[in-house]
Design a protein around this ligand. Structure first.
Ligand code: HEM
Length: 397
């Protein structure tokens, strides 16, 4: 068995990468004053009850970390609860359909080949900067209809938003308050940028997702302007960082398990299984937060109202009660109902796009590299954010 944490010298706080998880399914942390959920069954219980476990964590966030007056998070789907959630989701789903995604296949392959060709001219291939970062951001920018040449700007925004300590907290330190100010500045910049593009689409519609969003209607109602902008921001952020991470993690799995790489190379129809197992073993968003709206019992614990509950997807995806041999990378395992894309009403809207990009990119990487291998002697660096599992840099041999 390969211990990914040990093999790549990964810091201990990514506890899920270091062998069997020695934690109870549910536990209260006195220090952070938050609940942690590590069990699969318990995570499913939470995702299945959005009325008790609200996605709106801002309602229990210290007010020093809350946005300034005048900043709206309306339409930021991951924070919206029922009944508004279902209406909003229906509206945006009508613009972001499976067909819209499936039609992207040839363009995704073309963009992947362009980045791989450009990388050929360099001495060393660094997976993240040469492919895993630029590919998804280019795809989502083209899909939305904003210039992909602005991707330096998008990266600067994402880096700013993700550099800070967790926003999911009961107590705001001075450092977190300063970071909240920086985040708000970034948010204003993103809103202004997407707002001007959305205005432009109202005047001059085009064949892009932003136009579909400004025109989408459910029961004769259109999305208010701030909601179009906030959904655009969500897509721009969610649409690239996670898929970047998925590509890097999948190559890491194929490096750690050369037999699986040989199998995937020989039979490319198994690549979707490789992607699913990579999502389970190296879950990109390791944690999702919820806030309780009432007192509730979970796995014998009484959790009060207005508590913060951190659901560790990365741990639930390695729960031995759900996955036999959870530490092993077994593409095509008989049953793989992993939680990497969440579950229930907030199930990831971009999952078909992420899966498609993953399949195409891994297929083309296997074509271009006789042996997809981490460069001997180079270190594997993870993104430092403690709630994300993902390689930051990966030099390939
Ligand atoms: C929701 C993970 C790619 C758009 C989610 C959630 C997870 C997730 C765990 C659930 C959030 C919650 O329950 O609070 C991932 C992973 C990805 C990925 C691991 C790639 C490997 C994408 C892409 C897009 C996207 C490519 C868009 C282009 C969204 C949206 C939601 C969402 C809009 C909100 C759905 C809702 O609240 O109803 N994602 N995501 N994601 N994701 Fe993704």
């Amino acid at each position: 068995m390969v211990n990914i944490g040990k093999k790549y010298d990964i810091p201990q706080h990514f506890f899920w990468l270091h062998g069997p998880i020695a934690k109870p399914p549910v536990e209260y942390d006195e220090k952070t004053e938050m609940w942690n959920v590590y069990g699969y069954r318990e995570a499913m219980e939470i995702f299945g009850d959005p009325e008790t476990y609200s996605s709106n964590t801002l309602r229990v966030t210290p007010k020093e970390l809350l946005p300034d007056e005048g900043v709206s998070f309306d339409g930021f789907l991951t924070q919206v609860d029922p009944p508004d959630h279902s209406k909003l989701r229906k509206l945006v789903s009508s613009a972001f359909t499976r067909k819209v995604v499936a039609d992207l296949e040839p363009r995704i392959a073309e963009i992947t080949c362009e980045f791989l060709d450009q990388a050929r001219e360099r001495d060393r291939f660094e997976l993240v900067s040469d492919l895993a970062y630029p590919l998804p951001i280019t795809v989502i920018a083209e899909l939305l209809g904003v210039p992909s040449s602005d991707r330096g700007l998008f990266k600067a925004w994402a880096d700013e938003l993700f550099k800070s300590d967790s926003t999911i907290t009961r107590k705001a330190s001075e450092k977190q308050q300063a970071q909240a100010q920086d985040r708000m500045r970034t948010w204003h910049e993103m809103s202004a940028y997407l707002g001007s593009h959305a205005d432009e689409r109202r005047r001059r519609p085009r064949a892009d997702l932003l136009t579909r969003l400004v025109e989408a209607e459910v029961d004769g109602e259109r999305l208010p302007d701030d909601q179009v902008v906030n959904f655009g921001i969500l897509l721009l952020l969610a649409g690239h960082i996670t898929t970047t991470v998925l590509l890097g993690n999948t190559v890491l799995c194929l490096d750690a398990y050369p037999d699986e790489q040989r199998r995937a190379r020989a039979d490319r129809s198994t690549i979707p299984d490789v992607i699913e197992e990579s999502l389970r073993l190296l879950t990109p968003f390791a944690m999702m937060a919820r806030s309780t709206t009432r007192e509730v019992k979970l796995s014998g614990h009484k959790i009060g109202a207005d508590e913060l509950v951190l659901v560790w997807l990365a741990a639930a995806n390695r729960d031995p009660l759900q996955f036999p041999d959870p530490e092993l990378f077994v593409p095509g395992r008989e049953h793989n109902p992993h939680l990497a894309f969440g579950r229930g009403i907030h199930f990831c809207l971009g999952a078909p796009l992420a899966r498609l990009e993953g399949r195409i990119a891994i297929d083309l990487l296997l074509d271009r590299f006789d042996d997809l291998r981490v460069e001997p002697g180079s270190s594997v660096e993870l993104i430092p954010t403690p709630t994300v599992t993902g390689v930051k840099r990966l030099h390939l041999a």
